[in-house]
Structure formats: structure tokens, C-alpha cells
Design a protein around this ligand. Sequence first.
Ligand code: HEC
Ligand code: HEC
Ligand code: HEC
Ligand code: HEC
Ligand code: HEC
Length: 448
Amino acid sequence: MGDVGTKALWVVAAGFVAAFLVVAWNKYGPESKPKSTAYPGSGYSEDGLHAKPLSEYPERAEIQHAEWVDSFFSFPFEPQGDVPEGWNEVEGSLSPDTCMLCHPTQYADWKESWHADAMSPGTLGQLVDWDDHKDGLVGQCQTCHAPLAEQHPKTVSDAPVTTDEHGHTKRTYVDNPIYDPDLREKGLICASCHVRAHQRYGPPAESTLPEGTPQPHGGFTGVEAFNDSRFCYSCHDFKPNQKALNGKLLQETYEEWRRTSYAEEGTSCQDCHMPDGRHLWKGIHDKDMVREAIRFEYEVEDLGTETGELRARLAITNIGAGHRLPTYTTPQITLILEQVDAQGERIEGTETLGAVARYITPNLKKEYFDTRLMPGESHGVDYVHARHSDAVALVGRVEVWPDEAYRRFYEIKLRRPENHPLGKAQLEEALRHCKEREFTVWEETTRF
Ligand code: HEC
Ligand code: HEC
Ligand code: HEC
Ligand code: HEC
Ligand code: HEC
């Protein structure tokens, strides 16, 4: 996700998108004002576009584990240090490929998860061109994408921190002596969530080993916070002083969750994203996960047989996501109603679209609309259109574009390949991924 550091870059790109945004606004804007069924605690102000301040909500979930989590995820991480005496090479390794030897189930799940892909072409393709001159920014991105000290190419030098004429602190960076390039590319690895100073931390559990057996990696420390939603906060929420628009931080999944009845009933992030402790973390990219989160309502009110005018309504309701659907500024769920001809081809000019998304300009300065849905909320589009003479059917469809904002962003970046010579191929790959990952989650065809 973009943050303050990326801003400069986005600003450069902004000129290119202005024209595109006007198109986008015309396409989705007016249709997309939320027609939400407001419910208590929904998180929206009366105009439906602004988050209410959190102070308006009674504390729902106790932040019991905040202190421990904040210290465990205190960025930048300290180096792990020397391997404890008596440990063998396997126990001393930080690589997920080593954890795999004894924890194959967690490894198999993790490997297929988005956390394992945190140094994707889209991320690394940006970082490689910043590695030699934007050390602070690279370090910032990596706090969430590859946080171990051993994964960072550069480290802050011991030289005293200076202040420039604008009062900005300037740190100097030097090559990191403990940097492991292989580890960096592996992204958000097991050790980011489980290992500090080589000690293992995990959810509390009885030892599975017979008494007296020497424990690999010196055993582990059980910590309740592993089962608490707060565990996910450090990377899935911006801090209160970070980038916000219209009173809403750019990332605030945990804060959204805290306002829902899921929090009240004790359904945690882990309950939905790590069922039975499985390291799956499925989300907006997964068809089944998204389908289960939505109730689809579709009604064809008039096929226009007599009137010549088609009337229908398509709406979706968040019935399963424990935060806004979708929670980030990057995906878009698109509602489409259109007429098709005998070949099943869409007839140009007959479509009506609706978007469930938080639509932000790439320079992160303006929010055009926010139609995301808190649990229980709905968003719908009405279709009123002349029946086309070539049309044989009306189609209602819901498409998920999980990386929509990234798609717009990469397209802009790739217009200036000279700005990122090293990452160009990766960014092209990332752009291809954005398109390949779009899917239809629901569709219905009504023949005339
Ligand atoms: C040589 C085998 C071996 C390797 C390699 C290994 N572990 Fe373990 N690990 C174990 C065993 C066995 C236990 C269970 C100890 C017990 O039950 O007392 C364990 C326990 C754990 C736990 C605690 C589980 C719980 O229930 O809370 C975590 C977390 C963990 N390991 C993480 C890791 C990570 C991360 C790596 C790689 C960096 C790793 N382990 C590498 C054998 C291994
Ligand atoms: C150390 C930082 C960090 C922590 C802790 C963390 N995440 Fe993530 N998470 C990320 C990053 C970075 C990504 C994006 C990965 C990528 O670039 O593909 C991500 C992606 C995800 C996704 C992917 C969804 C999708 O389809 O796009 C889900 C779901 C998720 N995390 C859930 C969780 C949950 C639940 C927890 C707590 C148990 C958690 N995460 C803890 C950093 C973290
Ligand atoms: C506060 C934690 C955090 C920081 C800092 C952060 N990200 Fe992310 N990033 C995430 C999470 C969480 C996701 C997954 C959300 C989503 O679904 O888009 C993500 C997703 C992404 C993605 C899309 C998924 C993928 O891997 O292709 C890219 C690209 C990305 N981030 C790049 C960056 C860059 C570049 C920076 C630094 C300028 C950065 N991020 C800083 C947490 C962070
Ligand atoms: C984004 C953070 C994160 C990453 C990355 C991660 N884990 Fe976990 N792990 C957790 C959490 C949270 C739990 C507790 C889940 C629960 O009990 O609901 C857990 C639980 C465990 C347990 C205890 C048994 C169980 O499954 O509940 C083991 C062992 C473990 N993880 C090993 C690993 C290994 C090995 C990897 C890498 C292949 C890994 N973890 C990657 C967060 C993470
Ligand atoms: C009641 C179940 C439930 C709970 C609780 C829940 N989620 Fe989700 N989450 C989902 C579903 C379903 C999706 C897929 C639909 C969507 O994207 O909103 C999802 C999607 C996501 C995504 C994908 C990105 C996006 O834009 O939607 C991330 C990241 C995520 N969840 C993180 C979290 C974190 C962190 C928590 C806890 C603070 C959490 N979730 C709590 C069900 C849940």
C-alpha cells in the first residue's frame, strides 16, 4: 500500500490519470452513491461517505494484547543475533524451507498464501529501482512485506542523525552486513510472526514431545495474543498519525472489525482467515471466500416485452466479511447489467455499472467515492434501459477485480519505463497478474 513515502511518486503520475478519473467518475460516480441500509454501528456518517470517529463507538473488544503485539512487531526489527550455543544448523536457520522440515502442514498452506507472495513482482519491481537511493522508503515498505532485519539490504548507520533546513531528520544508510537476499525474496516468512532473537513464539499449547526429549529450537513460548485479532493490526492498519482521507486511514481493517458485531461476539481475524489454525489467509482473491461473504439479490421487474423498456435491480449485501467489503482501497467489486445478442456478445451502450470500492486518486489526495459495505450493508444498481432490437437476453453479473487500483497504478508507471529500468519486467508481470486475477463471482442470464 502506498504511504507517505510513495506520495512523491504518485504525484508525478497524477497528471496522467486526471483524464482517466473524469471517465471513472462519470462511469461509477453517480450510480455508486451508497444506497446502504444504515444499521447501528455501520461506521458511516449520514451522507454515507465518511467514517464516524471511533470515539462514537463504545469499546467493543478489549485490546488486551496490544502492548505485547506492539513490542513484538516493533519496526525495524532487531537482528536475531548469534545462534544460541548448542543449536545445530537446522535449528539456527531462519528460512521457511527449514521450518518446513518439521512443520510441513503450516508450510504447505503458507506457500500458497498471499503472505508468501509479499515480495511479489509488483512490490519487488518497485523496490529494486529504489534500492540504491531511497533506503528509507525501501525500509518502510519492507516493515510489512519482509520485516526481518536479515531481509533488508541496507541498515541505518551509526552516524548521528542530522536535520535538514526543513527540519526533516536525515539518516544515513550503509550496506547491511547480515543481509540475506534469498530470504528477502521469500517475503513474509514464518520467522516474521514466530521468531525473535532465535526464540520461537506461538499460540499456547501443551508440548507434544514425550517428557525428557530435548526440544528442537529450545522449545517455544506460548502467547495468547496469537489468537487475538490484534496480532494482525501492525501490518493491516496504519497508525492513527499516518495517511488518512475523509477521516479514514488508508488501511484500518482491525479498526473496522472492532466496530462490527463479530468483534462483540469474539469472532477473530484468525477464525475466518486461519480456520483450525491453517495458514491460508484467503481473501478478496479467492472466489469461494468472496462468494460466501456476499448475498446477491437480483430481480428482473420488466422484460420490456410490451413497454420496450427493461427494468431490473441487482444488489449485494455483506453477510460474511468481518470488516468493510472489501477492506482495502485497491479492490473493486463491479455490478454489471447488460443486454446480449444471439452470439452472447455484449451490446455496446446497454450496460449499467455499479462499483463497490473506495476509489482514490493515485496521488492519494482525493477520494471520489466510498461504497464499501460494513457487515449488513447493501449496495445496488437499478437498470432502466430501452430493449435493443438485437438483444436476446439480459445479463446480471458481479465481477471481482482484486487489484484494480494497482492495475491503474502499473499502467501509469509503465508509461515511463526509464524511471524504473531494473523493475520494468517485474512491473509488466504484475500488471498481467492484475488482469488474470479478475473473476466473475455471480452471473444470471434472463432470456426474452
Ligand atoms: C528439527 C525440527 C524443527 C524445525 C526445523 C523447526 N521446528 Fe518448530 N517445533 C518443532 C517441534 C517438535 C515443536 C513442538 C515442541 C513441543 O511440542 O514441545 C515446535 C514448535 C514450534 C512452534 C510452537 C507451536 C505452538 O503450538 O505454539 C512454533 C511457532 C515453531 N515451532 C516455529 C518454527 C519456525 C518458524 C521454524 C523455522 C524458522 C521452526 N519452527 C523450525 C520442531 C521444529
Ligand atoms: C508482518 C506484517 C503482517 C502481519 C503480522 C499480517 N499480515 Fe496479512 N498481509 C501482509 C502483507 C504485506 C500482505 C500483502 C501480501 C502481498 O503483497 O501479496 C498481506 C495479505 C493478507 C491477506 C491477503 C488477502 C488478499 O487476498 O489480498 C489476508 C487475508 C491477510 N493478510 C490476513 C492477515 C491476518 C488474518 C493476519 C493476522 C493473523 C495477518 N494478515 C497478519 C502483512 C501482514
Ligand atoms: C503498514 C503495512 C504496509 C506497508 C508499510 C506497505 N504495505 Fe504494501 N501491502 C500491505 C498489505 C496489508 C497489502 C495487502 C492489501 C491488499 O489486498 O492490497 C499490501 C499490498 C501491496 C501490493 C499489492 C500486492 C502485491 O504484492 O502485488 C503492493 C504492490 C505493495 N503492497 C507494495 C508496497 C510498497 C511499494 C510499499 C512501500 C512504498 C508498501 N507496499 C508498504 C501492507 C503494507
Ligand atoms: C502472518 C503471521 C504468520 C506467519 C507468516 C506464519 N504464522 Fe504460524 N501462526 C500464526 C498465528 C496467528 C498462529 C495461531 C493461529 C491460531 O491458533 O488460530 C500460528 C500458529 C502456528 C503454529 C502452531 C500450530 C498451529 O498451526 O496452530 C505453528 C507450528 C506455526 N504457526 C508455524 C508456522 C510456520 C512453519 C510458518 C511458515 C511456513 C508460519 N507459521 C507462518 C501466524 C503466522
Ligand atoms: C467473519 C469473517 C471475517 C473476519 C472476522 C475477518 N475477515 Fe477478512 N475477509 C473475510 C472475507 C469473507 C473476505 C473476502 C471478501 C473481502 O475482501 O472483504 C476477507 C478479506 C480480507 C482481506 C483481503 C483484502 C480486501 O480488500 O478485502 C484482508 C487483508 C483481510 N480480510 C484481513 C482481515 C483482518 C486483518 C481481520 C481482523 C482484523 C479480518 N480480516 C477479519 C472474512 C473475515
